[in-house]
Design a protein around this ligand. Structure first.
Ligand SMILES: CSC[C@H]1O[C@H](OP(=O)(O)O)[C@H](O)[C@@H]1O
Ligand SMILES: Nc1ncnc2[nH]cnc12
Length: 287
């Protein structure tokens, strides 16, 4: 579909995607600095696609040092309308096993050392993230992941932690037993909040690699175990991406693409001209 541009942010274990026609890595800069890496531009089944490895090729960014604002801004500037986040995660549920995919629909944000908004002094905005993902894009991802051979759970709450260390046993039990979370990772926040501010359709595909540290039959989470599972997950993620173009339609009925409509609080006469220029690539539609 011609007005759809699909963006993929690849997480741990997913540093490129094969099979893009006319694939070309291109550098980008944004008012928020450089993204994690160059962007891989190409086409799949006639749909433009842009890929960005969240941690950079070679995995150089920690979950805290990922330039989330630059990543989302670079995707927006590249014309992306639909942004699919692909991530590794731990599971809090016996029935969500390593190797399976969860299409996340809620988040609890426990990160604390990251810039979480494009806006700021001189241009203040408050968007809703009550429903932080795009339902239509999430359904498309679920169908694409199934078509790619994955076992898929539709819906789940993702606990976003700061990291880079994994959780203590007490934290793992709190998130699972008290807060009712389903999966845990270190990167989907503030990414999801920023995608909403940028009026992008956003979906999160969380690929389970481990049971974190709560599970009585599994020891504490080990990076070696995660890396083993990541290889199989990456192959299923690639198959999902290949099936996506024919399943994504635009725009959704939830209004992701008009999230800023009534969000700006700062009176027109009080707006900082410098901030207006800085925000133009993100909020130009309503400025
Ligand atoms: C490789 S284990 C921890 C690491 O993996 C996840 O990364 P991403 O979300 O980018 O796939 C997790 O959030 C941590 O950053
Ligand atoms: N158990 C876990 N906690 C946080 N991030 C993760 N990424 C993969 N597994 C994880």
């Amino acid at each position: 579909m011609s007005d759809v541009v699909i963006g993929i942010i690849g997480g741990s274990g997913l540093y490129q995607i094969a099979g893009l026609e006319g694939a070309e890595w291109r550098g980008a800069t944004t008012p928020w600095g450089a993204p994690s890496d160059d962007l891989l531009h190409g086409e799949l089944d006639g749909t433009p696609m842009v890929f960005l490895p969240r941690h950079g090729r070679g995995h150089v960014h920690t979950p805290t040092s990922v330039p989330y604002r630059a990543n989302v801004a670079a995707m927006k500037a590249a014309g992306v309308t639909h942004l699919v986040s692909v991530s590794a995660c731990g599971s809090f549920r016996d029935d969500m096993a390593p190797g399976e995919f969860v299409i996340v629909d809620q988040f609890i944000d426990r990160t604390f050392a990251r810039d979480k908004t494009f806006f700021g002094p001189g241009l203040v905005a408050h968007v809703s993230v009550a429903h932080p993902v795009c339902p239509a894009l999430s359904s498309a991802c679920a169908a694409a992941a199934r078509a790619g051979g994955a076992t898929v759970h539709e819906g789940g709450t993702y606990l976003a932690m700061e990291g880079p260390q994994f959780s203590t046993l007490a934290e793992s039990r709190l998130y699972r037993d008290v807060w009712g979370c389903d999966v845990i990772g270190m990167t989907n926040m503030p990414e999801a909040k920023l995608a909403r501010e940028a009026e992008l359709h956003y979906a999160s595909v969380a690929m389970i690699t481990d049971y974190d540290s709560w599970h009585p039959d599994h020891g504490a989470v080990q990076i070696t175990e995660i890396i083993e599972t990541l290889h199989g997950n990456a192959a299923r993620a690639a198959a999902m991406v290949a099936a996506l173009p024919r399943l994504v339609t635009a725009p959704c009925e939830a209004g992701c693409h008009t999230a800023l409509e009534h969000a700006i609080m700062t009176a027109p006469e009080a707006r900082d001209p410098g901030m207006i220029e800085r925000l133009r690539p993100i909020a130009g539609r309503v400025l």
